[in-house]
Write a new protein. Structure first.
Length: 115
């Protein structure tokens, strides 16, 4: 059974930083794509950052220059370094891993940014 577990969320003041981690277990194959999504209260889930197994990276416009996604292909882990955080970054952050036709989601980690 494939599981993704996020960690690293918390409460931080505006301008602060957090580093999120996502660890996949139960799969020995390399996840082709690892994404970070977020969902704020009352809003739709949105893609924050994506990294492929080949290192192709994509960011949402709202986080470009502030967030950095990285991964360790040998461990099927992904990280999201979030700097210069803003109150509007407050959300549950979820990790998604994809292989072939399958998507695997984590439970999410809460990030709260106070002004």
């Amino acid at each position: 059974q494939v599981q993704l577990v996020e960690s690293g969320g918390g409460l931080v003041q505006s301008g602060g930083s957090l580093r999120l981690s996502c660890e996949a277990s139960g799969i020995i194959l390399r996840l082709e794509v690892m994404d970070w999504y977020r969902q704020a209260a009352g809003k739709q889930r949105e893609l924050v950052a994506r990294i492929t197994s080949r290192g192709i990276i994509k960011y949402a416009d709202s986080v470009k220059g502030r967030f950095t996604i990285s991964r360790d292909n040998t461990k099927n882990t992904a990280h999201l370094q979030m700097n210069s955080l803003k109150p509007e970054d407050t959300a549950v952050y979820l990790c998604k891993g994809s292989y072939s036709l399958y998507d695997y989601w984590g439970q999410g980690t809460q990030v709260t940014v106070t002004s």
